[in-house]
Design a binder for this molecule. Structure first.
Ligand SMILES: *[C@@H]1O[C@H](CO)[C@@H](O)[C@H](O)[C@H]1NC(C)=O
Ligand SMILES: *[C@@H]1O[C@H](CO)[C@@H](O)[C@H](O)[C@H]1NC(C)=O
Ligand SMILES: *[C@@H]1O[C@H](CO)[C@@H](O)[C@H](O)[C@H]1NC(C)=O
Ligand SMILES: *[C@@H]1O[C@H](CO)[C@@H](O)[C@H](O)[C@H]1NC(C)=O
Ligand SMILES: *[C@@H]1O[C@H](CO)[C@@H](O)[C@H](O)[C@H]1NC(C)=O
Ligand SMILES: *[C@@H]1O[C@H](CO)[C@@H](O)[C@H](O)[C@H]1NC(C)=O
Ligand SMILES: *[C@@H]1O[C@H](CO)[C@@H](O)[C@H](O)[C@H]1NC(C)=O
Ligand SMILES: *[C@@H]1O[C@H](CO)[C@@H](O)[C@H](O)[C@H]1NC(C)=O
Ligand SMILES: *[C@@H]1O[C@H](CO)[C@@H](O)[C@H](O)[C@H]1NC(C)=O
Ligand SMILES: *[C@@H]1O[C@H](CO)[C@@H](O)[C@H](O)[C@H]1NC(C)=O
Ligand SMILES: *[C@@H]1O[C@H](CO)[C@@H](O)[C@H](O)[C@H]1NC(C)=O
Length: 454
């Protein structure tokens, strides 16, 4: 990689007098000229938050009256990034950008797309990221929180993305590399930083090296009808492939989507407020999760005003989950440790949740990452859990925790309040309705609590 970058730079130097519109391509330049594929514009889908919506109404992008740009491609697997960038710049502020059907665009350069505004991104073809793991680790965007790094970052205002096309993270090489070294920085497929009043709909997402979406500093964004999948073809499992993670964001709706993955289906990270998640089919995940929160000492994490409704959860570790680190240093693994942060989880409702082969239908833990519950309860969490409703749960769990179908564990009864569970009609394979409980007000829980010994 280094050698090819150096020789490409030397070559560029030698021909510096000749402007080459196809450069900026991660050292893999070629002398070909790009072509413009055949294309036609898609019709915009009609997308609204439904049946529930946030306090803010759904984004309603005005029609674009500007140019239409079809993104060019070299068409031979060399880096199309500069061509993508040029189309986005040319058609920004009122235009329509087409990624043509039957075309694979190769992206080998980290793109800062935080300048977008009033633009339609009509993705009909396929965008595929290169498998150059050295390049991406050195050049991906650093989102700091949990060491998140991304292939690109998108932000701006009034972006409408649709078209039925595919974004492919080429994850296999990352799944195999992570098995050798857990400290590598695997890029998130879709990185958002500061996106407002936007819609991302009808997009197919495949083989993310890490989380599929990480949404930071964003508000009033609607995700609709997206399709996520990507399993490893080798023995090295695709890990941490969360569907959506939200962070420092509000008024986000995620709906009508299919997620086949291996970690949280949706996860609300610190400072996720006023959100609706509805109509999801999740398979193979860790459920719809609040957190983990309280990972970092000195930080104040807020997750509040969240509605999770009408979710079908299959083959998962959990359906509804709230995970908070305890107030003592704890570790899940070498690259995942923390504890001691403060904050609040408030006003979170999970309703109409169907489970099949799910280990726990409901899980609350304020002892995340701490196996020693004595140690956890000795130092009650400064991150409170309040006003939580679980309503109308049906289905069956897996046999993993038989006879328990749920677990509800707080570090102290003083830091968990107003937790209710009604119409919880979930049974284990043997027909049990029991839950392990710790420091809970059991009178408001429609499960059969068995107190955990600490
Ligand atoms: C893409 O390929 C399909 C199947 O070959 C064809 O029907 C369609 O017209 C092509 N679309 C474009 C824009 O070339
Ligand atoms: C990267 O992708 C190219 C083209 O698909 C393939 O030939 C190559 O083997 C891949 N490299 C690795 C390390 O997987
Ligand atoms: C979000 O906004 C904050 C405050 O402006 C900034 O420090 C941070 O870099 C932004 N991005 C992320 C990923 O947090
Ligand atoms: C980032 O990863 C390093 C190990 O590579 C770890 O020491 C550090 O705590 C992590 N930082 C965060 C913010 O998770
Ligand atoms: C979350 O919001 C609280 C209250 O505004 C603030 O103190 C904290 O720094 C924020 N955390 C992050 C990660 O932005
Ligand atoms: C659902 O998840 C299971 C377990 O991870 C996996 O084996 C199966 O292939 C997934 N189904 C689909 C349709 O992806
Ligand atoms: C609780 O959260 C829901 C969902 O976001 C919201 O509709 C409701 O207004 C919130 N309740 C309060 C008291 O803020
Ligand atoms: C759940 O996993 C089983 C076994 O892998 C698979 O046959 C089934 O299709 C999965 N369910 C869904 C909804 O994908
Ligand atoms: C309970 O949830 C199921 C979907 O899981 C839904 O079909 C049913 O209508 C809900 N019942 C009530 C009373 O809302
Ligand atoms: C758990 O923590 C308690 C309190 O700090 C300690 O006394 C006990 O030895 C710990 N147990 C184990 C198995 O480490
Ligand atoms: C929980 O709800 C009650 C009643 O609406 C409210 O007084 C209290 O402040 C809420 N808790 C938190 C942590 O906001």
């Amino acid at each position: 990689m280094k050698a090819s970058l150096l020789s490409a730079l030397a070559l560029l130097g030698a021909v510096a007098a000749i402007p080459n519109p196809g450069t900026g391509n991660n050292g893999k330049g070629n002398n070909k000229t790009p072509h413009t594929p055949n294309s036609h514009a898609s019709n915009r889908p009609n997308v609204h938050a439904h049946p529930h919506q946030c306090k803010k109404p759904s984004p309603n992008p005005p029609n674009r009256n500007g140019k239409t740009c079809t993104v060019q491609t070299y068409g031979d697997g060399s880096d199309d990034s500069a061509l993508v960038m040029s189309a986005l710049q040319k058609c920004n502020s009122g235009g329509h950008v087409i990624f043509a059907a039957n075309t694979t665009y190769t992206i080998g350069t980290a793109l800062d797309l935080t300048f977008l505004k009033h633009i339609d991104l009509d993705l009909q073809g396929k965008i595929q990221f290169t498998n150059d793991t050295d390049y991406w680790q050195a050049n991906g965007f650093d989102f700091v929180f949990q060491n998140v790094t991304t292939f690109f970052k998108m932000g701006g205002d009034d972006v409408f993305m649709y078209g039925g096309g595919t974004i492919d993270g080429n994850g296999q090489v990352w799944y195999d590399l992570y098995a050798k070294d857990i400290y590598i920085k695997r890029p998130v497929l879709m990185g958002y930083d500061g996106l407002t009043n936007s819609i991302i709909s009808n997009i197919v997402l495949r083989y993310s090296p890490m989380y599929y979406h990480f949404m930071a500093n964003s508000s009033n964004v609607l995700f609709d009808n997206n399709d996520i999948s990507g399993f490893s073809a080798s023995k090295n499992v695709a890990k941490n492939t969360d569907g959506w993670d939200t962070y420092r964001s509000s008024n986000i709706v995620i709906q009508n989507s299919v997620i086949n993955n291996g970690d949280d289906c949706v996860s609300f990270k610190p400072n996720s407020t006023d959100m609706v998640v509805q109509g999801l089919h999740c398979n193979g995940s860790h459920g719809i999760s609040v957190g983990s929160l309280g990972q970092y000492v000195g930080q104040f994490d807020i997750v509040e005003n969240i509605l999770v409704s009408d979710i079908n959860m299959y083959n998962a570790s959990d359906a509804a989950r709230i995970k908070v680190w305890p107030n003592s240093p704890s570790a899940l693994s070498g690259d995942l440790q923390g504890g001691g942060g403060s904050g609040r989880v408030n006003n979170v409702t999970y309703q109409n949740i169907y489970s099949e082969n799910v280990d726990y239908a409901i899980e609350i833990t304020q002892c995340y990452g701490q196996k020693n519950l004595t140690l956890c309860t000795e130092f009650p969490s400064p991150l409170t859990i309040e006003n939580i409703t679980f309503r109308n749960f049906t289905g069956t769990t897996s046999k993993k925790y038989e006879p328990y179908m749920a677990t509800l564990e707080c570090s102290s009864s003083t830091v968990c309040n107003g937790i209710t569970a009604t119409d919880i009609n979930v049974l284990t394979p043997k027909g049990s309705h029991q839950a392990t409980c710790l420091n809970m007000d059991e009178t408001t829980l429609d499960v059969t609590c068995v107190d955990v010994k600490v």
